[in-house]
Design a protein around this ligand. Structure first.
Ligand code: SAM
Length: 278
């Protein structure tokens, strides 16, 4: 059963509901991180890859394009349906989408050469379990690559949203702790958590890419359906306050970018490590 204290980003039905909107916005930003992740972990074309919390399959599709066979799992049916359609329509044979919770991987020990998760495992309520499961299904000597967000002030659209919420004095979010999206932003914790799961030689790489948008107004419209936590926070405000937050958000970005287009810096952390050979 889902706990009432779960953040919206931890609920499969909300990701399912927003899958189409997610895909439209994510496609402008996420492939850049996926390319970096696969370069840094040095994907080999014959690697058998698992993509955990694949969403609409950004990293899985990139790996398949480089010649790997990929199993792409996600717990949100809407995401998996969307990826199924894409795979079928484009005749992509190397990606197999499967509905599954990343905290309980239904694969035998040692199945994969590479386990990846881009902006996924950082969301799990039990992240250590997520890392342990990725470790378990890797063969000895297999590699993990995990992409997560850096501190909020280094992810410009999120920071502008926070500034707008604070300016409208909306109060703190009703859920405990840091937003899950930002919960793995400390590189030392990141290395320690990979080590706790059994991985060796973890290194963390900072990379920045730009989120583009036609205008501040169009970004605000997109943002409302993009990420479940943001959608839920806006929905909870009521019409008048939501409009005030929207006006402030648009104002902040107009001050920086005028009428547009926008290109906002978003910093991610990419962690790579290896399962020991013995
Ligand atoms: C921010 S999106 C990232 C999607 C994709 N990896 C990308 O880079 O665009 C987060 C994804 O994590 C999935 N997710 C969250 N918790 C999960 C869990 N416990 N098991 C599997 N998927 C999960 C969500 O359904 C959503 O598709």
């Amino acid at each position: 059963m889902q706990s009432a204290t779960r953040w919206p980003d931890q609920l499969p039905e909300l990701w399912s509901h927003g899958a189409h909107a997610y895909d439209r916005t994510a496609e402008r930003l996420m492939p850049q991180f996926a390319r970096d992740a696969l370069d840094i972990v040095e994907l080999r074309p014959d690697d058998h890859v698992l993509d955990v919390a694949t969403g609409t399959g950004v990293l899985a599709l990139e790996a398949a394009g480089r010649g790997s066979d990929v199993v792409a799992i996600d717990f949100a049916e809407g995401m998996i349906d969307q990826l199924q359609r894409r795979v079928r329509d484009d005749g992509i044979e190397r990606v197999r989408p499967v509905l599954m919770d990343g905290q309980n991987l239904e694969f035998a020990d040692g199945t994969f050469d590479l386990a990846a998760s881009q902006f996924g495992v950082n969301l799990f309520p039990d992240r250590s379990r997520g890392f342990q499961e990725m470790y378990r299904v890797l063969r000895p000597g297999g590699r993990i690559v995990v992409v997560t967000w850096s501190a909020m002030h280094r992810v410009e659209p999120m920071f502008a949203f926070l500034e707008a919420m604070q300016a409208a004095e909306t109060g703190p979010p009703p859920w405990d702790g840091l937003p899950p999206a930002l919960s793995l932003q400390d590189p030392n914790d990141f290395i320690a958590e990979l080590g706790d799961a059994g991985f060796d030689g973890a290194t963390i790489h900072r990379v920045t890419h730009q989120m583009t948008a036609e205008s501040a107004d169009s970004l605000w419209e997109e943002l409302k359906g993009f990420i479940p936590t943001i959608t839920a926070l806006i929905d909870a405000l009521g019409a008048e306050q939501a409009e005030r937050v929207g006006r402030t958000f648009i104002g902040i970005l107009r001050e920086r970018y005028g009428d547009g287009p926008l290109a906002m810096d978003c910093e991610g952390l990419i962690g790579v490590a290896r399962k020991p050979r013995t």
